[in-house]
Design a protein around this ligand. Structure first.
Ligand SMILES: *Cc1c(COP(=O)(O)O)cnc(C)c1O
Length: 400
C-alpha cells in the first residue's frame, strides 16, 4: 500500500526531533553534526535564538494578512536587500522554484513591454538545477527529471557550462536572457569561471539580453560573500534567492533592477503567502545575523579552514576523493569513479556527519554559516574515518 506521505523521496531512516546550531538529535537520541543544513537552507543553524524569538513574537502577533495590505516586515526586508545588493526592487515568494518562475516571467515581460515579444527564449546550462515546476524543469533540462512530464515548456536551450563560443553561437533574435547559477549546486557544486560570468555579462550588454542569476543556493552568504556573483564583480539584471534567506522558514525572493521590476505592475504577478509577516520576520532575523559586522569575514575564515582540511583529505585518500571545489561553505568533494557519493554519504552519516549528495558523483558539504572551526575539525575527523571505511571497502572488493 502506498505510504500516506507521497513517496517522492528516498529518505534516510533518520528522524530528527531537535537541533541546536550545527547539531541535530534524532528521536532515539543520537547526535549528528549537520553539514547538509537541510540542503544549504538552515543558514544560521538550528534553533538560533534570534530567529526563534523573531518567529515566536511575530506568530503571536499576526502571521498572515495577504498582499491586499501593506506588510511592514516585507517592506523592511526588501529595503535591506536593495541596500545590500544590485537590486532596486524585490518580490517575495515561498520557494526557489517559485522565485525562478517569477524571474523568468519578469524577463519575458521586460522584452514584451519593450516591443520585443519574440524575445522569449532562455539560454541555460548543462548540469543546471532551477526547480521542479513545469517551466523551471524546462530550465533545468535534466532528461531524468523531465521524463513523463511533457510536453516540455517551450523556449529553453542548454549549452555546455563555461563555453563562451557556444553562448555566442546560440544567441539569436529570440534570446531573452541567460540563466545561470554562479555555482551549480545540485549539478555537482560546479563553480562557473569568474571570467565566464564576466563574459556573460558583457555578451548580455552587447545583445540587449538580460542576465538572470539563480542564487537560490549560492546566495545569502553561502559563498563567503553575501551573493556569489560578487566574487566576479558583476551585477545581474535579475536574480532569484531562496533556501538560506529564511534560515529554514520557507521564503524566496526575486531581486531586480528597476528596468525589469517596473513592468511587474498590479495584476501581472502574485502570490497569496509570499512575503507574509511571519516569513519576513524570519528573513529579517536571518539578515540581522548575516549582516552583523564581521560575520561574513568569519564565514570566509572558517570556510578556508574547511577547504584546507578537505584538500588534505583528498590528498591522503586519492582512491576516495580526487578534488575539492565550490566556494565558501558550499564545498564539493569530488569522489573517485568507483566510490559512489551515496555510499560516502552513508559512511559519513555512520560517523555522525550529515552531508548531501550532488551530481557528477560529488559529496556536498554545506554547514550552517555559524559553524565553528572546532566543529569543522570534528567534521573533518568524521570524513577522515568515512574515507578510511571506503578505502577498506574498496580493498576488500578488490581482494575478492
Ligand atoms: C534548490 C534550488 C532550486 C529550487 O528551490 P525549491 O525551493 O526547492 O523550489 C532552484 N535553484 C537552485 C540553484 C537550487 O539550488
Amino acid at each position: 500500500m502506498i505510504p500516506a506521505l507521497m513517496p517522492t523521496y528516498n529518505r534516510a531512516d533518520l528522524a530528527f526531533e531537535r537541533g541546536e546550531g550545527a547539531w541535530l538529535w534524532t528521536t532515539d537520541g543520537r547526535r549528528f553534526l549537520d553539514f547538509g543544513s537541510g540542503i544549504a537552507t538552515t543558514s544560521i543553524g538550528h534553533a538560533h535564538p534570534h530567529l526563534v524569538q523573531a518567529i515566536q513574537e511575530q506568530a503571536a502577533k499576526v502571521m498572515h494578512t495577504s498582499n491586499l495590505y501593506r506588510v511592514p516586515q516585507a517592506e523592511r526586508l526588501a529595503a535591506r536587500l536593495v541596500e545590500t545588493s544590485f537590486a532596486d526592487s524585490v518580490f517575495f515568494c515561498n520557494s526557489g522554484a517559485e522565485a525562478n518562475e517569477g524571474m523568468m516571467k519578469a524577463v519575458r515581460k521586460y522584452h514584451a513591454e519593450n516591443g520585443h515579444p519574440e524575445k522569449f527564449g532562455f539560454l541555460c546550462f548543462e548540469g543546471a538545477f532551477h526547480g521542479r515546476t513545469l517551466a523551471t524543469l524546462a530550465a533545468t533540462g535534466n532528461a531524468k527529471y523531465l521524463a513523463g512530464f511533457g510536453p516540455v515548456v517551450e523556449g529553453y536551450r542548454h549549452l555546455p557550462f563555461g563555453n563562451m563560443n557556444a553562448v555566442r553561437d546560440a544567441i539569436d533574435g529570440s534570446t531573452a536572457a541567460i540563466i545561470i547559477e554562479p555555482i551549480q549546486g545540485e549539478g555537482g557544486v560546479r563553480p562557473a569561471d569568474l571570467r565566464f560570468l564576466q563574459e556573460l555579462r558583457a555578451v548580455c550588454d552587447e545583445y540587449g539580453i538580460l542576465l538572470a542569476l539563480d542564487e537560490v543556493q549560492t546566495g545569502m552568504g553561502r559563498s563567503g560573500k553575501l551573493w556569489a556573483h560578487q566574487w566576479a564583480r558583476i551585477e545581474p539584471d535579475v536574480m532569484s534567492s531562496a533556501k538560506g534567506i529564511g534560515g529554514g522558514f520557507p521564503l524566496g525572493a526575486i531581486l531586480a533592477k528597476e528596468k525589469v521590476a517596473k513592468y511587474l505592475v498590479p495584476g501581472t504577478h502574485g502570490t497569496t503567502y509570499g512575503g507574509n509577516p511571519l516569513a519576513c520576520a524570519a528573513g529579517n532575523a536571518v539578515l540581522d545575523v548575516i549582516l552583523a559586522p564581521g560575520f561574513l569575514d568569519q564565514v570566509d575564515r572558517v570556510a578556508r579552514h574547511l577547504w584546507r582540511g578537505m584538500e588534505e583529505l583528498a590528498r591522503k585518500h586519492p582512491h576516495v576523493a580526487t578534488g575539492v571545489r565550490g566556494a565558501g561553505l558550499l564545498v564539493g568533494l569530488q569522489l573517485a569513479p568507483d566510490v559512489l557519493n551515496g555510499d560516502m554519504q552513508a559512511a559519513a552519516a555512520e560517523e555522525g556527519l550529515l552531508t548531501v549528495a550532488a551530481g557528477q558523483n560529488v559529496l556536498r558539504v554545506a554547514p550552517p554559516l555559524i559553524v565553528t572551526e572546532d566543529e569543522v575539525d570534528q567534521a573533518l575527523a568524521m570524513l577522515e574515518r568515512a574515507a578510511r571505511r571506503m578505502t577498506l571497502a574498496a580493498a576488500q572488493a578488490d581482494a575478492q
